[in-house]
Design a protein. Sequence first.
Length: 250
Amino acid sequence: MPRSLFAVLLVCLGLPSGIVRAEACRCQYADKAALHAGATDVVEDVLRQARDAAVLDLAPVAVEVRNTPALILVSFDTRTIYLPWWQELDPATQEVFMHLGGGDVAGRRLFDLLFQQFFIAHEAAHWVQAQARGHTSNEEFFRDADHYRNEAEANALAVAFWRQTREGEAYLAELHRVLAPVAARLPDPVPPGAAAAEHFNANYEALGSDPMSYAWFQFRFVLDALEQRGGLDFAQLVRNMRVPTDASDR
């Protein structure tokens, strides 16, 4: 591990030099190969547990470390989850995280907690949603979808997954502690009198081009799931994913 990365890790964990508790932070990796291996383990574990929970015949999904405009996503067309790598992000994107986090180290920590750990399980949850409903392409998954429900559901499953892992509760507590003040600083994009779910669904494509507005919704999905984590049941959430989420449900 490079010295600079090691120093950041110590600051993130609040540990003095020479003391490293690797199990306390699974969300920062020495190189892309390590991230790929760790993320693959997470995705395979989510799918294994989902198969067991709902007797689903889930196809595997690949993992690729490659920066994209969406930062992190699952493509049903290529059957791949794409993960970002901090060192290859453009400076403007890095600056956004530093601004949101309130500093260089805090911004990097925000990125790691979300995009090198939490959202890996989130994207695997979207894969489970698609497989459970028989969707095999992006067009099928997004056509007439209840995007609000899909995102809330994926975040709930991610929280339920991480909560049952070693150090999971400590990790989720830190994620809540870091994310709550960040979310509070973002402007609310929902017009007065409008329902958040209806606004999100009606403007889903436009929100994809407005990072701060989309972040407002996504961070609240995460925080809502974190605050309800004591009552989230992984197996039941997976079983609920069999139910279609098209426009007729809304």
